[in-house]
Design a binder for this molecule. Structure first.
Ligand SMILES: [Zn+2]
Length: 233
């Protein structure tokens, strides 16, 4: 089947890197801050304690997201770099074996051995390292890990998500605080799930149901625990 005849076919994979970090960050920000605020409020705290808890949760969460994302993406980048260095050395020391290795990969993917050899030889002539990085290691430019960018974007999206229940906690009347925070947060989670499913080309209903289910679960559990400890402590 020729994809050249399908000019409007969209590909989503290149968007998954930043999309994943941004959506995860915002999701986490909404769920953890809303749950935190609901838990503190359920323990019958006043508004200023609730707001302080929310701000502390936002800050701690954003920093923790940045640190976690930086560490995980850095180690991924280190692995990628080391793999590329190994490949570079192998190409310098064993060019013939490396070209044969490339040809074997194309045979495994379905090319005739002669054609595979031709493809491997021509690609190696143009950019041997590029061909090995792509076809042997499976790395593309879009997938190349960027730790600082990942850290900043997940911290910023966590803070943006966390700001929502925090603003609701600040503005809502005290007697309906928890139900308003839960409603605002679940609505935002649903919209976020819908947006990310649309951008990522995935099933919308399932994506929305998933984030709403886990978000509601987190808020209910934290609320119950807050109520429990609020009467005991
Ligand atoms: Zn190789």
């Amino acid at each position: 089947m020729s994809y050249r005849n399908l000019p409007n076919e969209h590909h989503y994979l290149h968007r998954i890197g930043w999309l994943r970090a941004t959506v995860l960050g915002a999701n986490d920000g909404i769920v953890s801050t809303a749950s935190l605020i609901i838990g503190v409020a359920a323990a019958s705290a006043g508004r200023s304690e609730i707001i302080i808890a929310g701000i502390a949760g936002l800050t701690a969460g954003a920093m923790s997201m940045a640190a976690g994302e930086f560490v995980s993406v850095s180690s991924q980048a280190d692995t990628e770099r080391a793999d590329i260095e190994t490949e570079k050395a192998a190409l310098a020391d064993f060019p013939i074996e490396e070209e044969q290795e490339l040809a074997d990969i194309y045979v495994a993917r379905g090319l005739e051995p002669d054609l595979a050899k031709q493809v491997a030889s021509q690609l190696s002539e143009k950019d041997a390292l590029g061909a090995h990085v792509r076809d042997e290691l499976g790395l593309t430019e879009a997938a190349t890990a960027q730790p600082i960018l990942a850290a900043i974007s997940s911290a910023a999206s966590f803070a943006a998500g966390a700001a929502l229940p925090l603003i609701a906690a600040w503005l809502a009347p005290m007697d309906a605080l928890n139900s308003i925070i839960a409603t605002v947060s679940l609505l935002a989670l649903a919209l976020l799930g819908l947006a990310s499913a649309t951008a990522g080309g995935a099933g919308r209903i399932r994506a929305v149901a998933r984030v709403v289910f886990w978000g509601a679960g987190a808020m209910i559990v934290t609320g119950l625990i807050g109520k429990l400890f609020g009467t005991v402590v």
